[in-house]
Design a protein. Structure first.
Length: 355
């Protein structure tokens, strides 16, 4: 049998920050179109590699002074460059011992259902910029491929997606917080994940059973500029016998605010633009009762795209409200293993533009 701890040691030596092992049977009951067991039907084990986001990569957004570093390094840098290189090394380590290693990086291709909310249909991708012209034409990367089909009755249509955060929990690395982010005792919400499916029989790590990581303080809900997390509704799922609950998330509204976070949180858009379109294309920012959907997203992008175009293939984060709020409260609550000499945030809340 392959040495599990040898894999873990090697993964950490070559650059992963955490490494966990999961039992694929922990995914029993998930929707077929997002069931990772269909990715590699003969796989016997799932390995999760976590890659830490340095706390300082959030500093520019926290201070309102630099918005490029977080998406280019903590999104693009990890997902597109760093994590794939580590996956290759760990995959080769496993295959040198006679077992197959199917490596699976973040933000892959699209399947029959949206990896954002699990719904079918030709929905757009939050990670990719939409080029929308007044003629009505657009070039976009989509979260779904409507023409995809299963290659056999036993399989699911490609490219099959699965829930990365729940998969990380299934590998014993942590638990889902109220913000719907995966929290680890080492880094809170500040990591990204990549996976390896293998036919090697590996004893799974136990599900996380330590001190609760989420304080249920609702800071993530309070500090979301778009009120994207519900104060009253929750979603509960069971993975590997462990129940995890998070606040119901409005994914489309989160999409809008993550990239262009509104009048009081976006320093790149002139005030007169918000004034001009407050009852038109930017009404979603000014009128909370407006329902977020694909058309409202297109309205926002067609209006605000000239003020800060996409870079490194990832939309420029203007928000990060839930992440900053979570890091701040977890540090104050003493929930994280790592201790900094100075707190992440001096006050309880970050800046807000008065206009």
């Amino acid at each position: 049998m392959i040495d599990k701890e040898a894999i873990r040691r090697f993964a950490l030596e070559v650059g992963a920050d955490l490494c966990g092992f999961g039992d694929l049977n922990r995914f029993e009951g998930v929707p077929r179109a997002m069931d990772p067991r269909f990715v590699f039907p003969d796989a016997r084990s799932l390995i999760c590699l976590a890659f830490r986001m340095p706390r300082g990569v959030q500093r520019g957004i926290e201070e309102g002074t630099q918005f490029y570093q977080y998406p280019s390094l903590a999104y693009g840098g990890i997902n597109e460059t760093y994590a794939p290189s580590i996956l290759y090394e760990v995959g080769k380590f496993i295959e040198d011992q006679g077992y197959e290693a199917m490596i699976y990086r973040n933000t892959g291709a699209r399947g029959s259902v949206s990896d954002m909310d699990g719904t079918p249909g030709n929905t757009l991708s939050p990670e990719e910029q939409i080029v929308y012209q007044q003629t009505g034409s657009r070039t976009a990367h989509h979260r779904t491929v409507q023409t995809t089909r299963a290659v056999s009755p036993k399989q699911e249509a490609p490219d099959l997606q699965f829930h990365f955060r729940l998969a990380a929990a299934a590998c014993g690395l942590g638990e889902i917080g109220l913000s719907k982010m995966l929290l680890t005792p080492e880094f809170g919400p500040m990591q990204r994940f990549a996976f390896i499916f293998t036919d090697a029989p590996i004893e799974p790590d136990p599900m996380y059973s330590g001190k609760p990581l989420c304080l249920k303080c609702k800071a993530c809900i309070r500090e979301c500029p778009g009120h994207c997390l519900s104060e009253t509704e929750t979603i509960t799922v069971t993975v590997g016998g462990k129940q995890m609950t998070w606040a119901k998330l409005d994914e489309w509204r989160c999409y809008v605010y993550y990239t262009y976070s509104g009048r009081n949180q976006d320093p790149f858009v002139p005030t007169e633009v918000f004034d001009k379109h407050r009852d038109g294309k930017l009404r979603i920012y000014e009128h909370p009762e407006v329902q977020a959907n694909e058309q409202e997203v297109l309205n926002v992008y067609s209006t605000l795209d000239p003020y800060f175009p996409s870079q490194v293939g990832y939309n420029m984060a203007k928000c990060a409200g839930c992440i900053g709020a979570c890091v701040n409260m977890l540090e104050r609550g003493g929930c994280l293993k790592g201790k900094f000499k100075e707190p992440f945030r001096k006050g309880l809340r970050r800046w807000n533009i008065d206009r």
